[in-house]
Write a protein of this length. Structure first.
Length: 160
């Protein structure tokens, strides 16, 4: 599945010129499209342009969140809803991308008992590839993941 996620991300760049950027919403939609119809997903936020390395990192983050939602959460057969919202949030030091992934499930969700490969990919992609952080809050009705990335890192040549 991770290889198909990378293939979908790569597909976003095959129709763009070298050095071009990709919109964050397109990255999110590319990962969610095979698993959810529009009644189960809500997306919202301003246009946010990503460089190729950042789009790949965000692709992997959204892929891991989607995979978890399909296996255990809001996109599983038990049903639910995923709301993905993002904004550029001004702070005194720098502007940051604030992305929220909120699952609302029909049944109660159990907290994971251990951290798996998916969690490690989320954390390392956020930190090492984007220079940001991600928090995972397993609430009673579903996962709330919050990603914070300095806006200057979204199109930087090296990712951070």
């Amino acid at each position: 599945m991770r290889l198909s996620a990378l293939a979908r991300a790569y597909g976003l760049f095959t129709t763009t010129a070298p050095g071009a950027t990709v919109d964050l919403q397109h990255v999110i939609q590319a990962q969610l499209a095979p698993f959810a119809d529009s009644s189960r997903v809500t997306l919202g936020g301003p246009p946010v342009e990503l460089g190729a390395p950042q789009a790949m990192a965000l692709n992997m983050i959204v892929h891991e969140l989607t995979t978890n939602a399909v296996k255990h959460g809001a996109l599983s057969p038990d049903g639910g809803h995923v709301a993905v919202r993002w904004s550029i949030h001004p702070t005194p030091d720098k502007d940051c991308l604030l992305l929220s992934w909120k699952e609302t499930c029909r049944s109660r969700i159990a907290n994971p008992t251990r951290s798996g490969l998916g969690s490690k990919i989320l954390i390392s992609s956020a930190r090492m590839s984007l220079g940001g952080n991600i928090s995972l809050d397993y609430q009673r009705d579903g996962l709330l993941a919050t990603l914070v990335v300095p806006a200057a890192h979204l199109t930087a040549a090296e990712g951070n």
